[in-house]
Write a protein that binds this ligand. Structure first.
Ligand SMILES: Cc1cc2nc3c(=O)[nH]c(=O)nc-3n(C[C@H](O)[C@H](O)[C@H](O)COP(=O)(O)OP(=O)(O)OC[C@H]3O[C@@H](n4cnc5c(N)ncnc54)[C@H](O)[C@@H]3O)c2cc1C
Length: 348
């Protein structure tokens, strides 16, 4: 019997596991392996950098990739406008970042990597769950279960089905970039998606991706490639295609922190920016708060966690208010033409 079971070791789960007091008997399960990794832009925002700074964590150089980015080219196909905006992200290798966070977890925590949590049930006040590793199943029990398992959270799907959240499909393709021409952009096109698309360069690779409504997501992605091709980009040497669900928290009630021993943190809780899809900072922040509460005591966790994450929910609500200025083509046109915060590029 474990005190706590953490499902998922992305930024949320790894932060939680790192911060939990050694007095607890903790198991952490993560399905990542050499083939399956998180589909992500891998950009570390200033908010995420600040949370790492609070813990005095410095990133090793090999987590970063080439090139580092100072601006984003914003392409508005709806209004035919292109503008550049300053950005303060760190461009990194997401897999190495996750592995780095996992390497900081102390070894009193039992880590089951390359393992899937398949089923969870509540029996009396205990959570019983099945872990599958290399085809072999085992059953375990814990007093508390924590879903740090991202957009398609088994904990959320099992216990909080009624707390609905919009789910989009994210697709990314990686191409070899032989001419090494860095291209970080953010693309708006109503015909393709009511969210947004992007291109990023990483270590001689060119990545193109987007977040699409579930219906016809692959077709929309192909349409995106067509449009980008017309701007002169070549899609020849495909390295890999990846995809995942992404929680698009468009309503005020889509976040869910959990209760009665089953809690959610990070994207599983709906803590991801609906405007930019930036989520690493919210995941680490919510996990930090949950760890602080659990370390105080195991009583009243749900209520305390709900209250102390109010600040995060407020931030997300502000992002929802910002969305029309990004996603409504007329408002976006006004913002872009106004030139507010744009970078003038006289030689381009
Ligand atoms: C295409 C795309 C691009 C993005 N780009 C950025 C970006 O550039 N910067 C940024 O800040 N945010 C970005 N985000 C958002 C960011 O990736 C997420 O918000 C963040 O990863 C959430 O962290 P998490 O720890 O909550 O969940 P995740 O990172 O999703 O981690 C969940 C973990 O749980 C594991 N897991 C899931 N189910 C199970 C199970 N049943 N059993 C065992 N393990 C399980 C997974 O393997 C994974 O390791 C992007 C999202 C997408 C989809």
């Amino acid at each position: 019997m474990y005190d706590i079971a953490i499902i998922g070791l992305g930024p949320a789960g790894a932060t939680l596991a790192r911060l939990l007091d050694k007095k607890y008997n903790v198991i952490a399960i993560d399905r990542k392996n050499s083939k399956f990794n998180k589909c992500c832009g891998g950009l570390l925002s200033p908010d995420a950098q600040k949370i790492l700074a609070q813990f005095d964590i410095c990133l090793p150089k090999d987590v970063l990739v080439n090139p580092q980015i100072f601006s984003v080219k914003t392409i508005d196909f709806d209004n035919n406008i292109v503008k550049y905006y300053q950005r303060f992200y760190m461009n990194m290798n997401r897999k190495k970042f996750d592995n780095f966070l996992i390497s900081l977890i102390s070894n009193n925590i039992e880590i089951c990597s390359n393992s899937i949590c398949e089923e969870i049930e509540k029996e009396n006040d205990i959570y019983c769950f099945t872990i599958k590793t290399n085809g072999i199943k085992r059953k375990e029990r814990a007093k508390i279960i924590i879903g740090a398992d991202g957009a398609n959270s088994i904990v959320r799907n099992t216990f909080y089905k009624k707390n609905k959240i919009n789910r989009y499909v994210s697709i990314q393709e990686w191409y070899k970039d032989d001419i090494n021409s860095p291209f970080y952009s953010c693309i708006f096109d109503k015909e393709i998606t009511d969210s947004y698309c992007w291109t990023i360069s990483k270590d001689n690779c060119f990545i193109i991706g987007g977040a699409f409504p579930m219906k016809n997501s692959s077709k929309k992605f192909e349409k995106l490639k067509e449009k980008i091709k017309n701007t002169g980009i070549n899609f020849e040497k495909l390295i890999k295609r990846e995809g995942c669900l992404v929680n698009l928290n468009k309503g005020l009630m889509s976040t869910c922190t959990g209760k009665n021993g089953a809690y959610l943190t990070g994207e599983a809780a709906g803590m991801i920016s609906p405007s930019s899809l930036e989520g690493i900072s919210y995941s680490m922040e919510s996990a930090k708060i949950l760890a602080e509460i659990i370390n105080e005591s195991l009583t009243n966790i749900g209520q305390k966690y709900f209250l102390r994450t109010l600040g995060i929910r407020m931030k997300l609500i502000l992002k929802i208010f910002k969305m029309p200025f990004m996603y409504n083509r007329y408002l976006r046109k006004i913002v872009m033409i106004s030139g507010i915060k744009t970078i003038k590029r006289p030689f381009v």
